[in-house]
Ligand binder design. Sequence first.
Ligand code: ADP
Ligand code: MG
Length: 252
Amino acid sequence: MSEATAETQKNAKITVKGLRKSFGTNEVLKGIDVEIREGEVVCVIGPSGSGKSTLLRCLNKLEEISDGHVIVDGFDVTDPKVDINEVRRHVGMVFQHFNLFPHMSVMENIMLAPVELKKATKDEAKAQALKLLARVGLQEKANARPASLSGGQKQRVAIARALAMNPGIMLFDEATSALDPEMVGEVLQVIRDLAAEGMTMVLVTHEMGFAKEIGDRVVFMADGVVCESGKPADLFGNPQQARTKEFLSKVL
Ligand code: ADP
Ligand code: MG
């Protein structure tokens, strides 16, 4: 094995090889190969329906994988014997529509997984939840119900909740798409802070400016394949594929 290969493998946090995913006869991922290194921020862009969400959901097995391999933090997600709850402890996920539990306070939302899954004591989980709320600037909302929060606040709580398991990887699926424009910035700032702390992240985003700013790499998907990927300056500034050029001409 060459030194370069050994180095890549050592640092690979996510390895996707030949990933295929079908819903019935509709093949929506047609052989995806992606590797994401520790501390890397990868933005996934592409037209609606190209398979971006499905790819993200395959990384923590929210979808059954039809073929290929997905290795996350050393776990082979495609191995039927893998403990998927253990895998999900390593991978935090944030969705477009927040998915907070409406009948629980902000604090209880954040404490739930550590208490239920990791067997943290309530006191430990509470102390950590308060720290996480401080990190996303929402200490004063600890006892509020999600319904009383703005969209931007809800999404910051959802991020704090995902961080409560101390994941090594964070996945964001259009985390700002459901927000009013004036609330996008506060959520992007939290994501920016995570990147600065060295969190490994995969972000599906429509915010091209943000992808340019924060991404170490941008992956452009179309029709279930990775059409092109590269450094933001290259992909946005000098796209190689006709499909990429066409997409960028519409969104930039
Ligand atoms: P994107 O996130 O890029 O918009 P998706 O991954 O959501 O794309 O969807 C890719 C394709 O897979 C679409 O054609 C969509 O209709 C289909 N699809 C996604 N989820 C399901 C599902 N649970 N059942 C059937 N088809 C699905
Ligand atoms: Mg999607």
